[in-house]
Design a protein around this ligand. Structure first.
Ligand SMILES: [Mg+2]
Length: 346
C-alpha cells in the first residue's frame, strides 16, 4: 500500500490570530513581537512580508523598513488556544498525527478510505470553517516531500508531489531547502561547488557517506524521494510527578528536605522533556493511610526549580497538620509542550 502523508502548516499563524481577533488590522502590515526595539518578530503577516519583514528580524529594523508597521504584542495563551482548535479539527482526519510545532503537523492518511486530494481539500475547508484560520497543505508519499509541498503555494495553498514528479521537481532547489542540511554542511557543500539539488545528484553514495557520515547516506536517499521517517504521534502526557514512601515522620526538617529533593527531580524531568506545567499538586499520606492533596493552577507555565519548590512548600503548609507522614508527592499537570511554543518562528 502506498504511503500518503499530509503536512499542514498554518499561514502566518500568530499574525493571523491577531487579524482574526481584530479585523481592523486586515490589509495593513502587521507583525507580532515584543515591546522593546530590540525584541524580535515572531510572525509577520503577508502584507508586512511585502516590505521584506520576516520572523527573527528585530523590531527596530522592521520599523526602518516599514515605518507604518503595526506591532502587536505576543499573546502566547491565545495562540495555544487557537492551535488546540486547529488540532481538534486535524484529529478528525487521522489518528496518526505528529505535531511538529504550534502551527505545524504531519498526518498519515494511508489508512483513510477517501481520496488523499479530497482529504487535503477538506482539511483546508474545515480548518477555515471551524477556526477562521487558513492553512497550507502538502501531500506526498513521505515527510520530506510533504513538507516541501506545503511550502509551495503559501498562503492557503495546496501542492501534491507524486512519485512521477521525482526527481525533476527538486533539481533546481537550493541545497539549503533540503531537510538535514544544516549551516555547517551547507558551507561544506558550497565550498566544493555544490549549490543545488541538481549538483547534489552528481555525488555518489560513497562520497556523501565518507564526507558527511550518516547524514550523507540520508541525503543521497532523500533527494531520490526516499525518506523512511514515519509519522510519530506525540503521546500526550496527563501528568508528571515524584512521590515516595518513607519511614513515618513528623520531623519538619526531613519533610522540607523531601519537598526540596522532589522539586528538583520534578524540575529536571520537566526540563529534560521540555515541558512546562500550569498546575502543581502536593499529596500527603499519613501513618493512618489517609491521603490529602492540594493543587494550585497558574496562568503562566511553571518551569523553574525555585517556583516548583516554593509553591509546593506553600501547598504543603496549607494541608499539613503536624501528623506523622509516610508518603509525600509532588506532581505537575496541565502540561505545555514548550518545544512547540519555541519552534514557532514561522
Ligand atoms: Mg506556519
Amino acid at each position: 500500500m502506498r504511503n500518503n502523508i499530509i503536512h499542514v502548516d498554518i499561514d502566518a499563524f500568530y499574525a493571523s490570530v491577531e487579524e482574526l481577533d481584530n479585523p481592523r488590522l486586515k490589509g495593513y502590515p502587521v507583525v507580532v513581537g515584543g515591546k522593546s526595539e530590540n525584541s524580535i518578530i515572531t510572525t509577520a503577516n503577508y502584507k508586512a512580508r511585502e516590505y521584506g519583514l520576516h520572523s527573527a528580524m528585530p523590531i527596530f529594523m522592521a520599523k526602518s523598513l516599514c515605518p507604518d508597521v503595526i506591532i502587536v504584542e505576543n499573546r502566547r495563551y491565545r495562540y495555544l488556544e487557537k492551535s488546540r482548535e486547529v488540532f481538534q479539527v486535524l484529529k478528525t482526519f487521522s489518528n496518526t498525527i505528529e505535531q511538529v510545532s504550534i502551527d505545524e503537523a504531519y498526518l498519515d492518511i494511508s489508512e483513510n478510505k477517501e481520496e488523499p486530494i479530497y482529504i487535503a481539500k477538506e482539511i483546508m475547508r474545515k480548518v477555515k470553517k471551524e477556526t477562521g484560520l487558513t492553512v497550507s497543505v502538502g501531500l506526498s508519499y513521505n515527510k520530506f516531500l510533504a513538507k516541501l509541498a506545503s511550502d509551495w503555494n503559501k498562503p492557503n495553498g495546496m501542492k501534491i508531489i507524486s512519485q512521477e514528479d521525482m526527481p525533476d521537481i527538486l533539481l533546481d532547489f537550493d541545497i539549503s531547502k533540503v531537510y538535514g542540511i544544516g549551516s555547517k554542511s551547507e558551507k561544506k557543500f558550497r565550498n566544493i561547488g555544490i549549490n543545488t539539488v541538481s549538483d547534489l545528484f552528481q555525488l555518489s553514495e560513497e562520497f556523501l557517506s565518507e564526507n558527511f557520515g550518516k547524514m550523507g547516506y540520508e541525503l543521497y536517499d532523500r533527494i531520490r524521494g526516499i525518506d523512511k521517517r514515519v509519522v510519530t504521534p506525540f503521546r500526550e502526557r496527563k501528568s508528571l510527578g515524584v512521590e515516595r514512601t518513607f519511614k513515618d515522620t513528623r520531623d519538619k526538617k526531613d519533610l522540607f528536605e523531601y519537598i526540596d529533593k522532589f522539586s528538583k527531580e520534578l524540575y529536571l524531568d520537566l526540563k529534560k522533556k521540555n515541558i512546562g506545567c500550569n498546575t502543581l499538586t502536593v499529596k500527603l499520606k499519613n501513618s493512618d493511610f489517609e491521603t490529602k492533596t492540594k493543587s494550585k493552577t497558574f496562568e503562566q507555565a511553571i518551569v523553574e526549580y525555585e517556583d516548583i519548590k516554593n509553591i509546593s512548600m506553600d501547598l504543603f503548609n496549607e494541608i499539613y497538620k503536624n501528623e506523622k507522614l509516610r508518603l509525600l508527592g509532588i506532581s505537575a499537570s496541565n502540561l505545555t509542550d514548550l518545544k512547540a511554543v519555541q519552534l514557532s518562528f514561522i
